[in-house]
Design a protein around this ligand. Structure first.
Ligand SMILES: [Mn+2]
Length: 319
Protein backbone atom coordinates (compact mmCIF):
# COMPACT_ATOMS: atom_id res chain seq x y z
CA UNK A 1 0.00 0.00 0.00
CA UNK A 2 1.52 3.37 -0.98
CA UNK A 3 2.58 5.24 2.12
CA UNK A 4 2.55 8.87 1.02
CA UNK A 5 -0.42 10.07 -1.04
CA UNK A 6 -2.23 13.41 -1.58
CA UNK A 7 -4.75 14.72 0.96
CA UNK A 8 -8.33 13.72 0.18
CA UNK A 9 -10.16 16.82 -1.12
CA UNK A 10 -13.49 15.33 -0.01
CA UNK A 11 -12.25 15.61 3.56
CA UNK A 12 -9.88 18.56 3.44
CA UNK A 13 -11.02 21.44 1.17
CA UNK A 14 -8.48 22.18 -1.55
CA UNK A 15 -7.84 25.70 -0.29
CA UNK A 16 -6.73 24.45 3.12
CA UNK A 17 -3.25 23.43 4.13
CA UNK A 18 0.27 24.30 3.04
CA UNK A 19 0.77 24.23 -0.73
CA UNK A 20 2.89 21.23 -1.58
CA UNK A 21 2.60 19.75 -5.08
CA UNK A 22 -0.80 18.07 -5.33
CA UNK A 23 -1.08 18.23 -1.51
CA UNK A 24 1.44 15.44 -1.15
CA UNK A 25 3.22 15.22 2.20
CA UNK A 26 6.32 17.35 2.60
CA UNK A 27 9.34 15.19 3.48
CA UNK A 28 12.94 16.20 4.02
CA UNK A 29 14.32 12.92 2.65
CA UNK A 30 13.29 10.59 -0.19
CA UNK A 31 12.21 7.61 1.92
CA UNK A 32 9.36 5.17 1.23
CA UNK A 33 8.44 6.92 -2.01
CA UNK A 34 8.51 6.10 -5.73
CA UNK A 35 8.88 9.70 -6.89
CA UNK A 36 9.58 13.10 -5.41
CA UNK A 37 8.80 16.63 -6.46
CA UNK A 38 11.84 18.87 -6.15
CA UNK A 39 11.61 22.60 -6.85
CA UNK A 40 14.63 24.28 -8.45
CA UNK A 41 13.96 28.02 -8.23
CA UNK A 42 17.02 29.10 -10.22
CA UNK A 43 16.51 31.67 -12.99
CA UNK A 44 19.70 33.61 -13.53
CA UNK A 45 20.62 31.33 -16.43
CA UNK A 46 17.93 33.22 -18.38
CA UNK A 47 18.93 35.42 -21.31
CA UNK A 48 15.81 37.60 -21.47
CA UNK A 49 13.12 37.68 -18.78
CA UNK A 50 13.75 36.45 -15.27
CA UNK A 51 11.21 35.23 -12.71
CA UNK A 52 11.16 31.45 -13.14
CA UNK A 53 12.49 31.29 -9.57
CA UNK A 54 8.83 31.65 -8.63
CA UNK A 55 7.80 28.81 -10.95
CA UNK A 56 7.78 25.97 -8.39
CA UNK A 57 5.65 28.01 -5.99
CA UNK A 58 3.16 28.94 -8.75
CA UNK A 59 2.89 25.34 -9.95
CA UNK A 60 2.36 24.05 -6.40
CA UNK A 61 -0.37 26.66 -5.81
CA UNK A 62 -2.54 25.51 -8.70
CA UNK A 63 -1.64 21.82 -8.38
CA UNK A 64 -4.15 21.52 -5.52
CA UNK A 65 -6.73 21.13 -8.29
CA UNK A 66 -5.30 17.79 -9.43
CA UNK A 67 -7.26 14.67 -8.54
CA UNK A 68 -5.87 11.17 -8.00
CA UNK A 69 -7.75 9.35 -10.81
CA UNK A 70 -6.41 9.99 -14.33
CA UNK A 71 -9.25 9.22 -16.75
CA UNK A 72 -7.12 9.68 -19.88
CA UNK A 73 -4.93 6.77 -18.76
CA UNK A 74 -7.63 4.99 -16.71
CA UNK A 75 -5.50 4.69 -13.60
CA UNK A 76 -5.84 5.45 -9.90
CA UNK A 77 -2.42 7.04 -9.80
CA UNK A 78 -1.81 6.66 -6.07
CA UNK A 79 -2.89 3.04 -5.91
CA UNK A 80 0.47 2.39 -7.54
CA UNK A 81 2.66 5.16 -6.21
CA UNK A 82 3.93 6.77 -3.08
CA UNK A 83 5.18 10.31 -3.56
CA UNK A 84 6.31 13.34 -1.62
CA UNK A 85 7.26 16.96 -2.11
CA UNK A 86 10.86 17.49 -1.04
CA UNK A 87 10.65 21.26 -1.20
CA UNK A 88 13.21 23.32 -3.09
CA UNK A 89 16.94 23.07 -3.74
CA UNK A 90 18.75 25.95 -2.01
CA UNK A 91 20.16 27.43 -5.22
CA UNK A 92 22.39 30.51 -5.25
CA UNK A 93 20.98 33.27 -7.49
CA UNK A 94 23.57 34.52 -9.96
CA UNK A 95 25.99 31.65 -9.31
CA UNK A 96 25.17 28.96 -11.82
CA UNK A 97 28.04 26.55 -11.20
CA UNK A 98 27.50 26.54 -7.42
CA UNK A 99 23.78 26.06 -8.07
CA UNK A 100 24.57 23.16 -10.41
CA UNK A 101 26.61 21.56 -7.63
CA UNK A 102 23.70 21.86 -5.21
CA UNK A 103 21.14 20.56 -7.74
CA UNK A 104 23.36 17.56 -8.48
CA UNK A 105 23.74 16.76 -4.78
CA UNK A 106 19.98 16.96 -4.25
CA UNK A 107 19.20 14.77 -7.28
CA UNK A 108 21.92 12.27 -6.33
CA UNK A 109 20.25 11.82 -2.97
CA UNK A 110 16.97 11.04 -4.72
CA UNK A 111 18.51 8.64 -7.23
CA UNK A 112 20.58 6.88 -4.55
CA UNK A 113 17.29 6.05 -2.81
CA UNK A 114 16.00 4.46 -6.04
CA UNK A 115 13.43 7.23 -6.42
CA UNK A 116 12.35 9.02 -9.63
CA UNK A 117 13.02 12.79 -9.53
CA UNK A 118 10.37 15.16 -10.91
CA UNK A 119 11.94 18.62 -10.96
CA UNK A 120 10.05 21.90 -11.27
CA UNK A 121 12.13 24.80 -12.61
CA UNK A 122 13.52 27.29 -12.72
CA UNK A 123 14.91 28.16 -16.12
CA UNK A 124 16.12 25.50 -18.55
CA UNK A 125 19.75 25.80 -17.47
CA UNK A 126 18.94 23.56 -14.47
CA UNK A 127 18.46 20.54 -16.71
CA UNK A 128 22.22 20.22 -17.29
CA UNK A 129 22.80 19.57 -13.58
CA UNK A 130 19.84 17.20 -13.52
CA UNK A 131 21.26 15.29 -16.51
CA UNK A 132 24.69 15.04 -14.87
CA UNK A 133 23.19 13.29 -11.85
CA UNK A 134 20.99 11.00 -13.94
CA UNK A 135 23.86 10.06 -16.28
CA UNK A 136 26.08 9.21 -13.30
CA UNK A 137 23.49 6.65 -12.23
CA UNK A 138 22.03 5.26 -15.47
CA UNK A 139 24.62 6.23 -18.05
CA UNK A 140 23.74 8.95 -20.55
CA UNK A 141 19.94 8.84 -20.99
CA UNK A 142 17.92 9.53 -24.12
CA UNK A 143 16.49 13.02 -23.97
CA UNK A 144 12.91 13.68 -25.03
CA UNK A 145 12.72 17.47 -25.02
CA UNK A 146 9.48 19.35 -25.60
CA UNK A 147 10.47 22.93 -26.27
CA UNK A 148 10.17 25.69 -28.84
CA UNK A 149 13.97 26.07 -28.85
CA UNK A 150 16.64 23.38 -29.05
CA UNK A 151 18.83 25.19 -26.46
CA UNK A 152 21.99 24.03 -28.20
CA UNK A 153 23.62 27.40 -28.75
CA UNK A 154 27.29 27.59 -27.77
CA UNK A 155 27.27 30.66 -25.57
CA UNK A 156 25.51 33.86 -24.58
CA UNK A 157 27.48 36.97 -23.55
CA UNK A 158 30.61 34.82 -23.60
CA UNK A 159 29.10 32.44 -21.01
CA UNK A 160 28.86 28.69 -21.53
CA UNK A 161 26.18 27.98 -18.93
CA UNK A 162 22.82 29.62 -19.70
CA UNK A 163 19.29 28.44 -20.41
CA UNK A 164 20.08 28.55 -24.14
CA UNK A 165 23.07 26.18 -23.98
CA UNK A 166 22.37 23.14 -21.74
CA UNK A 167 21.85 20.58 -24.48
CA UNK A 168 25.11 21.42 -26.24
CA UNK A 169 26.98 21.20 -22.91
CA UNK A 170 25.21 17.88 -22.20
CA UNK A 171 26.61 16.36 -25.42
CA UNK A 172 30.09 17.74 -24.75
CA UNK A 173 30.02 16.30 -21.22
CA UNK A 174 28.66 12.95 -22.39
CA UNK A 175 25.64 13.15 -20.04
CA UNK A 176 23.09 12.56 -22.79
CA UNK A 177 22.86 10.08 -25.67
CA UNK A 178 22.02 12.48 -28.51
CA UNK A 179 21.80 9.71 -31.12
CA UNK A 180 18.72 8.32 -29.37
CA UNK A 181 17.32 11.68 -28.30
CA UNK A 182 14.68 13.88 -29.87
CA UNK A 183 13.80 17.55 -29.58
CA UNK A 184 10.18 18.38 -30.44
CA UNK A 185 8.42 21.66 -31.20
CA UNK A 186 11.15 23.97 -32.48
CA UNK A 187 9.82 27.12 -34.12
CA UNK A 188 10.21 30.87 -34.29
CA UNK A 189 12.92 33.13 -35.56
CA UNK A 190 16.55 32.03 -35.17
CA UNK A 191 19.95 33.68 -35.12
CA UNK A 192 21.04 31.84 -38.25
CA UNK A 193 20.07 29.14 -40.75
CA UNK A 194 22.64 26.97 -39.01
CA UNK A 195 20.97 26.90 -35.56
CA UNK A 196 18.86 23.75 -35.97
CA UNK A 197 21.41 22.09 -38.23
CA UNK A 198 23.93 22.42 -35.41
CA UNK A 199 21.55 20.63 -33.04
CA UNK A 200 21.39 17.80 -35.58
CA UNK A 201 25.15 17.81 -36.00
CA UNK A 202 25.41 17.26 -32.25
CA UNK A 203 23.38 14.09 -32.86
CA UNK A 204 19.87 15.14 -31.84
CA UNK A 205 16.82 14.44 -33.94
CA UNK A 206 14.91 17.70 -34.30
CA UNK A 207 11.17 17.58 -35.00
CA UNK A 208 10.11 21.14 -35.75
CA UNK A 209 6.62 22.41 -34.98
CA UNK A 210 5.91 22.41 -38.72
CA UNK A 211 6.78 18.70 -38.78
CA UNK A 212 4.61 18.03 -35.70
CA UNK A 213 1.71 19.61 -37.63
CA UNK A 214 2.36 17.32 -40.60
CA UNK A 215 2.92 14.16 -38.56
CA UNK A 216 0.06 14.73 -36.13
CA UNK A 217 0.19 13.58 -32.53
CA UNK A 218 0.36 9.85 -33.29
CA UNK A 219 2.98 10.31 -35.99
CA UNK A 220 5.10 12.43 -33.68
CA UNK A 221 4.81 9.81 -30.94
CA UNK A 222 5.97 7.13 -33.37
CA UNK A 223 9.08 9.17 -34.15
CA UNK A 224 9.84 9.58 -30.43
CA UNK A 225 9.23 5.92 -29.60
CA UNK A 226 11.36 4.56 -32.41
CA UNK A 227 14.11 6.98 -31.44
CA UNK A 228 14.34 5.99 -27.75
CA UNK A 229 13.29 2.34 -27.87
CA UNK A 230 13.69 0.62 -24.48
CA UNK A 231 16.54 2.83 -23.30
CA UNK A 232 16.40 5.02 -20.17
CA UNK A 233 14.60 8.25 -21.01
CA UNK A 234 14.83 11.73 -19.52
CA UNK A 235 11.82 13.91 -20.36
CA UNK A 236 12.42 17.66 -20.23
CA UNK A 237 9.33 19.77 -20.76
CA UNK A 238 9.87 23.48 -21.36
CA UNK A 239 6.49 25.17 -20.90
CA UNK A 240 7.28 27.41 -23.92
CA UNK A 241 6.57 24.30 -26.02
CA UNK A 242 2.90 25.24 -25.58
CA UNK A 243 1.56 28.19 -27.58
CA UNK A 244 1.75 31.47 -25.61
CA UNK A 245 -2.00 31.87 -26.17
CA UNK A 246 -2.31 29.03 -23.64
CA UNK A 247 0.94 29.46 -21.71
CA UNK A 248 2.07 33.11 -21.78
CA UNK A 249 3.90 33.00 -18.45
CA UNK A 250 7.34 32.08 -19.69
CA UNK A 251 10.67 33.67 -20.51
CA UNK A 252 11.03 33.36 -24.29
CA UNK A 253 7.58 32.70 -25.78
CA UNK A 254 7.22 31.60 -29.43
CA UNK A 255 3.90 31.84 -31.26
CA UNK A 256 2.57 29.02 -33.42
CA UNK A 257 2.79 26.18 -30.91
CA UNK A 258 0.44 23.41 -29.80
CA UNK A 259 -2.58 23.85 -27.56
CA UNK A 260 -2.38 22.58 -24.00
CA UNK A 261 -4.44 19.48 -24.80
CA UNK A 262 -2.07 18.52 -27.63
CA UNK A 263 0.86 18.76 -25.24
CA UNK A 264 -0.97 16.59 -22.70
CA UNK A 265 -1.71 14.01 -25.41
CA UNK A 266 1.95 13.87 -26.41
CA UNK A 267 3.05 13.17 -22.83
CA UNK A 268 0.27 10.60 -22.33
CA UNK A 269 1.29 8.88 -25.52
CA UNK A 270 4.69 8.10 -24.01
CA UNK A 271 3.24 5.42 -21.73
CA UNK A 272 5.44 2.36 -21.80
CA UNK A 273 8.73 4.16 -22.32
CA UNK A 274 11.37 3.80 -19.59
CA UNK A 275 11.35 7.27 -17.99
CA UNK A 276 14.02 7.60 -15.29
CA UNK A 277 13.73 11.34 -14.59
CA UNK A 278 11.84 14.39 -15.79
CA UNK A 279 11.46 18.11 -15.36
CA UNK A 280 9.05 20.93 -16.20
CA UNK A 281 10.76 24.30 -16.59
CA UNK A 282 10.47 27.98 -17.54
CA UNK A 283 7.19 28.83 -15.77
CA UNK A 284 7.25 32.54 -14.97
CA UNK A 285 4.22 33.61 -12.92
CA UNK A 286 4.87 37.37 -13.24
CA UNK A 287 4.02 37.07 -16.97
CA UNK A 288 1.20 34.56 -16.52
CA UNK A 289 -2.35 35.18 -17.69
CA UNK A 290 -5.62 35.17 -15.76
CA UNK A 291 -6.18 32.09 -13.67
CA UNK A 292 -2.46 31.24 -13.63
CA UNK A 293 -3.09 29.39 -16.86
CA UNK A 294 0.60 28.66 -17.54
CA UNK A 295 1.22 27.27 -14.07
CA UNK A 296 -1.95 25.21 -14.43
CA UNK A 297 -0.68 23.74 -17.70
CA UNK A 298 2.67 22.94 -16.04
CA UNK A 299 0.98 21.28 -13.05
CA UNK A 300 -1.04 19.10 -15.41
CA UNK A 301 2.02 18.17 -17.48
CA UNK A 302 3.80 17.17 -14.25
CA UNK A 303 0.73 15.11 -13.30
CA UNK A 304 0.85 13.28 -16.64
CA UNK A 305 4.56 12.59 -16.11
CA UNK A 306 3.83 11.18 -12.65
CA UNK A 307 1.07 9.07 -14.19
CA UNK A 308 3.69 7.52 -16.50
CA UNK A 309 5.56 6.35 -13.37
CA UNK A 310 2.32 4.94 -11.93
CA UNK A 311 1.63 3.08 -15.18
CA UNK A 312 5.13 1.59 -15.12
CA UNK A 313 4.66 0.46 -11.50
CA UNK A 314 1.28 -1.01 -12.32
CA UNK A 315 2.70 -2.96 -15.23
CA UNK A 316 5.67 -4.10 -13.15
CA UNK A 317 3.59 -5.37 -10.22
CA UNK A 318 1.30 -7.39 -12.57
CA UNK A 319 -1.82 -6.39 -10.66
MN1 LIG B 1 14.18 25.40 -23.26
Amino acid sequence: VPKYVPLDAAEYPRFTGIKTFMRLPYLDRPEDVDFVILGVPFDTGATYRVGARFGPEAIRNVSVMLRPYNPAQDIEVFDHLSGADLGDVAVVPGYIEESYRRIELAVNRVLDAGVTPVLLGGDHSITLAHLRAVAARFGPPCLVQFDSHSDTWDQYFGQRYTHGTPFRRAVEEGVVDPHHSVQVGMRGSLYSSRDLREAEELGYKVVTMAEVRQLGIQGTLEVIRSRVGARPVFISFDIDFIDPAFAPGTGTPEVGGPATWEALELVRGLRGIRMVACDVVEVMPAYDGPGSVTALAAANIAYELITLIALANKGGSST
